[in-house]
Design a protein around this ligand. Structure first.
Ligand SMILES: [Zn+2]
Length: 441
């Protein structure tokens, strides 16, 4: 894999001490960080990057998304959540093909790499096509087929067996860059018997679980009526949390729910832009953190967030919590940076990533600080959290491999991807609208 020598960067380590190495070098050997500090001028490397005027920091881990939903970006705006879902998203997805998934995920990968994301946790359909994109792009990912269960014996989508087959086929693929898990959609569309089957498979095959949990008070009320328990209590009773779990959202949880999530080590992922854009009532992330829950950040699908820019997402999370709490001290920037990097990495099973230190995987990005909106540099963390944009990212490195150099994508044919994705997105939406007209006729 060779050696890469990054010179003169301000290295934000995100270690326990919050170290920033000013004007430092990073030496990357065979995919890992071999040294941080000032290296001798006669250091040998296959490639040297002069990073003067740049910050180096861990790459972002987008811990909950549906990447191929780039196809619906900007197509279902200004609608209430039920209409957004029922009249637009689920109808459009009924026309989805495996090739659409490939090009939609490829478009997402271009956007993610350009804005500094090295890994994503994807929950969607035709996931072997998303895995191809991960393989080609050089990114890392945890992937799962989204599955539904309706009634106690009817499974929609590929079913638990096909989901398992995908997980086996792709687990550890792309030199270990791909991890897999099981992806029941949520307790509100998966009946208990289906969830129990998922738990059995997780136990037999040692697979983590990724699902949506407690997105609204209405879901909690329905769960209490149907099962006599909150969604979190029900998932706990079914044994879901006895396996490593990523629970997206948890917007409506009780104190007891928080205690369960903390005790079971469940990772909760928040997607703040989706909540604001769809005007969904939210609870305080700081209450979840105070209960001892590990919190990560994600974009959710680009149909609801509209971008996959993790710098924007972490900033919105910080602002949202300050605003809701009416407390500017509620969520410090350093905490949000860690949510967007190392906690996401741990949640997705890449626990060594998210910290720049010797021996760690070289999953990192460079951000150009020579930009008007990033001067003066009183406080590097404050500038990154409150002022930096995805477009300020110049270099992206995953496992020591450059995926973007000086804003040029090295692993993906961006021009072709932009063209194919847009043509196919138009076609999918038109097919869908023709179907709607037929239904109406
Ligand atoms: Zn989601």
């Amino acid at each position: 894999m060779g050696t890469l020598w990054i010179r003169h960067a301000d290295v934000i380590a995100l270690d326990a001490a919050g170290t920033i190495h000013h004007d430092a070098d990073l030496l990357i050997v065979d995919g890992r960080i071999a040294a941080i500090g000032r290296l001798p001028d006669d250091t040998q490397a296959d490639e040297v990057i002069d990073a003067a005027g740049h910050a180096a920091l861990p790459g972002f881990f987008n811990a909950h998304t549906h990447a191929p939903m780039t196809f619906e970006r900007g197509w279902a705006e200004d609608l209430p959540f039920p209409r957004w879902l029922n009249e637009k998203i689920w109808v459009a997805e009924s026309a989805l093909t495996p090739d659409d998934v490939y090009w939609g995920a490829a478009l997402a990968a271009c956007e993610m790499i350009r804005s500094g994301t090295v890994a994503f946790n994807d929950h969607y359909f035709y996931m072997d096509r998303v895995a191809e994109v991960v393989e080609q792009s050089g990114m890392k990912a945890q992937l799962t087929w989204c599955t539904f269960g309706i009634g106690d014996d009817k499974e929609i989508g590929p079913g638990a067996d096909a989901q398992l087959a995908f997980s086996w086929e792709w687990r550890g693929a792309a030199d270990g860059r791909i991890r897999t898990c099981l992806g029941p959609h949520s307790p509100y569309v998966c009946p208990p018997a289906f969830l129990s089957r998922v738990v059995d498979l997780a136990a037999q095959h040692d697979l983590p679980i990724h699902l949506h949990v407690a997105e609204s008070r209405e879901q909690v009320d329905n769960s209490r009526q149907r099962h006599g328990m909150t969604p979190v209590e029900q998932l706990n009773a079914l044994g879901v949390f006895d396996h490593p779990t990523i629970a997206a959202h948890c917007l409506a949880v009780t104190g007891e729910d928080r205690a369960i999530l903390a005790e079971k080590g469940v990772f909760v992922v928040r997607t703040p832009v989706t909540y604001m854009k769809l005007a969904m009532p939210v609870n305080h992330v700081t209450d979840l953190a105070a209960a001892g829950i590990s919190l990560a950040l994600g974009s959710d699908g680009p149909a609801s967030n509209a971008t996959m820019d993790m710098l924007d997402i972490l900033r919105q999370q910080v602002w949202l919590e300050k605003y809701l709490r009416e407390d500017p001290e509620a969520l410090p920037g350093d905490t949000a940076l860690r949510m967007a990097t190392q906690t996401g990495a741990r949640a997705m099973g890449f626990g060594e990533s998210g910290v720049l230190a010797e021996g760690r995987p070289a999953d990192l990005i460079l951000i150009d600080l020579d930009r008007p909106h990033l001067r003066p540099r009183h406080d590097l963390i404050a500038n990154l959290v409150h002022s930096a944009q995805g477009a300020d990212v110049t270099h992206v490195i995953a496992d020591g491999r450059l995926l973007m150099r000086d804003r040029e994508l090295l692993t993906l044919d961006e021009e072709r991807i932009l063209y194919e994705a847009e043509q196919r997105a138009f076609r999918m939406v038109n097919q869908n609208m023709n179907q709607v007209r037929q239904y109406e006729a």
